[in-house]
Design a protein around this ligand. Structure first.
Ligand code: NAP
Length: 529
């Protein structure tokens, strides 16, 4: 049974009168369950409970937080079948994709757990005193990272598991010891409710304060706005649209006491294909690119939406083959009406520009569900450079090709690009070093460089960078995927000349946690004599 309520510090509540339904994307029909949007009092109660919980959890040892993350992963796995069925009914992403995404979600929780058990995420740095230094003695200074406090997490529509209730942002904040209040995505409220049950079970099993986790249901921006405005909130993690991220970034900055917002937003993920790559592997790249561009009906923030190639006969053949490949793949179901109407608007705008050609084929099999036909847009570099709107994300199965007359024009197009999550280069086998300048230009615009590969599919590892300059994110110094995502919810504090027994264990001379620390410039696990 789905209750349609918000979970506030472990209590299921629905005191409001405003409600919404989840919609089956395959039929466009609303379900019967009423999901009540959280009231102002419920939002306040959730953040107050989170602040109360933080008084305890900020002092929890890393191993206690790690146990909680492991238990959360186990609770999610125990509910896996029902989670996949529920999410499929709300997103139409299919059981294969969702089963993989579930494994990624529990894998993320366990990756943070492993990080906590290893311990060096606190980034302990110690510069011991130099009493003999002249003209002034140097004090003893020791620095480490501490949790920020209650964090609001906004779920994204296109990752009902991995960027939602217990997804990457929640996992990173909880790992940091920060209580989390999730603003559930209105596109998959029943899925969010089931995840909340799993996390609540972990909170109880581990004896954590119930305010460590809450889920607020809501449709419309009021719930999210009130949450971000709450005076006891300390940070926001957001994954979603540029408009949403921008609105919350501005709102948080206008608070009497501004707080950080870490927003991952849209990206068109440029892919450069060189003449040599076209000659050597054109047919192979057609298949790889079309598979990447249509994965998940193109609804990935890492979708390869922009392809730059030389103006040549080979390129024209490549585009024609790509069109055939794209238009030959059956169009998938889109997440919701907003994605469908957004695509109609954004592609319509791009296709109506002078100098842009559009190729599309209606798909008769998909008339019942939310759908948009696979579409290929083509233009030249001059048109692209004159129309910055062509850099707008087409969130779906749409690829824009831009033909460049040579290296100089390609360079100008790359320099004109706004910030991106990724940039890819496909090159010939002999081209390696000659492409260094291209790689160096591209790296100024992106968070991740991909060599002879495709941007969809993001590994969750310590080295991963999922971010980039504005508007890919509003905080280019951070990542929202991989264990370094925890850094967003920690802040550094330095202790100067504080006696050893008053220091956190991570900074004590004896290094009782045995963690890797930087002591007088050297990285070591040794105690300080
Ligand atoms: P969205 O419309 O921005 O919604 C995300 C969340 O923010 C929802 O809970 C939404 O709830 C809330 N929200 C949106 N605008 C708001 C505002 N002005 N004030 C307060 N709350 C607001 O995103 P989406 O539905 O997931 O749409 C897909 C978009 O997300 C695509 O553009 C895609 O590229 C991007 N995305 C990016 C990443 C990434 O890693 N960078 C990952 C996934 C998706 P309410 O509507 O109830 O307010």
């Amino acid at each position: 049974m789905t209750a349609g309520k918000s979970s506030i510090a472990g209590e299921w509540q629905a005191a409001g009168t405003s409600y919404f339904h989840s919609v089956d994307p395959r039929t466009r029909k609303a379900g019967e369950t009423r999901f009540y949007s959280a009231t102002a009092q419920e939002i306040d109660a959730a953040v107050r409970a989170a602040a109360d919980a933080f008084a305890a959890t900020r002092l929890f040892p890393a191993s206690t937080l790690a146990d909680f993350l492991d238990t959360s992963a186990e609770e999610i796995e125990a509910a896996a079948d029902s989670l996949v069925v529920t999410a499929d009914a709300e997103t139409a992403l299919g059981s294969v994709r969702l089963t993989g995404e579930l494994a990624r979600t529990t894998g993320q929780l366990r990756a943070f757990s492993a990080l906590l058990r290893e311990g060096s995420h606190v980034a302990a740095v110690i510069d011991t005193a130099l009493p003999q230094r002249t003209p002034l003695p140097r004090p003893d200074v020791r620095r480490m990272l501490l949790p920020l406090g209650p964090v609001a997490v906004f779920s994204a529509s296109n990752f009902p598991f991995a960027f939602s209730t217990a997804g990457g942002d929640s996992a990173a904040a909880l790992a940091a010891g920060c209580p989390v209040v999730v603003k559930g995505h209105p596109g998959h409220p029943a899925t969010s409710e089931r995840f909340a049950h799993a996390i609540n079970a972990a909170v109880s099993a581990c004896g954590f304060p119930p305010g460590f986790f809450s889920l607020l249901q809501g449709d419309g921006h009021d719930v999210g706005r009130r949450l971000v405005e709450h005076p006891l909130l300390e940070a926001v993690g957001f994954t979603g649209s540029l408009q949403g991220g921008r609105a919350l970034h501005d709102l948080a900055a206008q608070r009497p006491r501004p707080i950080p917002v870490f927003a991952e937003m849209g990206s068109i993920n440029p892919v450069v294909i060189t003449a040599a790559a076209l000659a050597e592997r054109g047919a192979e790249i057609v298949q790889g690119l079309a598979a990447s561009a249509t994965l998940g009906a193109g609804q990935f923030c890492t979708n390869p939406g922009l392809v730059l190639l030389p103006e040549s006969e080979e390129a024209r053949t490549f585009i024609a083959d790509y069109r055939d490949a794209m238009l030959g793949i059956e169009a998938g179901i889109l997440l919701n009406a907003a994605v469908e109407s957004g695509l109609t608007r954004s592609v319509g705008r791009s296709a109506s520009l002078e100098g842009v050609r559009s190729h599309t084929r209606e798909n008769a099999n998909r008339t019942d569900g939310f759908c948009y036909p696979h579409t290929v847009l083509e233009t030249d570099a001059a048109t692209f450079l004159e129309n910055p709107d062509l850099q707008e994300e087409h969130f779906g199965p749409v690829t824009l090709f831009v033909a460049c007359s040579g290296d100089e024009e390609l360079d100008r197009v790359l320099r004109s690009l706004a910030g991106q999550l990724t940039g890819s280069i496909h090159c010939g086998s002999e081209e390696g070093e000659s492409l260094q300048p291209l790689l160096d230009t591209l790296r100024e615009r992106v968070g991740r460089l991909i060599w002879n590969g495709y941007p969809t599919g993001v590994e969750v590892t310590a080295a991963m960078q999922h971010g980039g300059p504005w508007p890919a994110t509003n905080a280019a110094g951070t990542t929202s995927v991989g264990t370094n995502a925890i850094r967003r919810f920690l802040r550094p504090v330095a202790w100067q000349d504080v006696p050893d027994e008053l220091l956190p264990e991570a900074l004590r001379n004896g290094n009782p946690l045995g963690i890797l620390r930087q002591v007088n410039s050297d990285f070591t696990r040794e105690p300080i004599a």
